[in-house]
Design a protein around this ligand. Structure first.
Ligand code: SF4
Ligand code: SF4
Length: 150
């Protein structure tokens, strides 16, 4: 309808249809990165190492439909978990909406271009290595500040 606000500004996270919910993901891939937590402070550090099921070259999950069975650590995003999980990147559409912010200017729903996340330099694709190729003890040497990077 002309003049009507887009769905993500009209609805709460709980009111979204499954299709609307899925379309909010900009496919940046940041939530698919291996993260390290400091034992004493709980501080989370991102690495430049991606989940074993992430397609490091082209982006995206190689087993999306069965990701939770194949990768028990894979994040289950719901309106409740989005509000609870503190380490979601500040650019993540779910976090932004949960905090009352709008989508970023480069989000595909705003631009109409499915590639606009990558064009804006916001995708990890082509910039990460797979955890399949990394020894766990080397992870502390592979930290990366993605927030500063983009
Ligand atoms: S961080 Fe958010 S927007 Fe980016 S891939 Fe994960 S769920 Fe999607
Ligand atoms: S299983 Fe797929 S969606 Fe989940 S973290 Fe790994 S690559 Fe990302």
């Amino acid at each position: 309808m002309a003049g009507q606000k887009p769905f993500w500004r009209r609805k709460t996270l709980e009111q979204l249809t499954t299709q609307e919910w899925e379309s909010l993901c900009d496919h940046c891939g940041l939530c698919c990165l291996v993260k390290l937590e400091e034992e004493d402070t709980g501080t989370i550090h991102y690495t430049r190492v991606a989940c074993a099921l992430y397609d490091c070259e082209n982006g995206g999950c190689t087993a999306y439909a069965e990701r939770h069975e194949r990768m028990p650590d894979c994040l289950q995003l719901t309106p409740e978990s989005v509000r609870r999980i503190s380490w979601l990147p500040s650019t993540c559409a779910y976090r932004r909406l949960a905090e009352g912010r709008d989508l970023p200017s480069w989000h595909p729903l705003v631009t109409g271009d499915p590639q606009s996340t990558a064009r804006a330099g916001r995708s990890i694709a082509g910039r990460v290595i797979s955890e399949r190729d990394v020894d766990v003890e080397d992870l502390p040497t592979l930290l990366h500040d993605w927030e500063d990077d983009a």
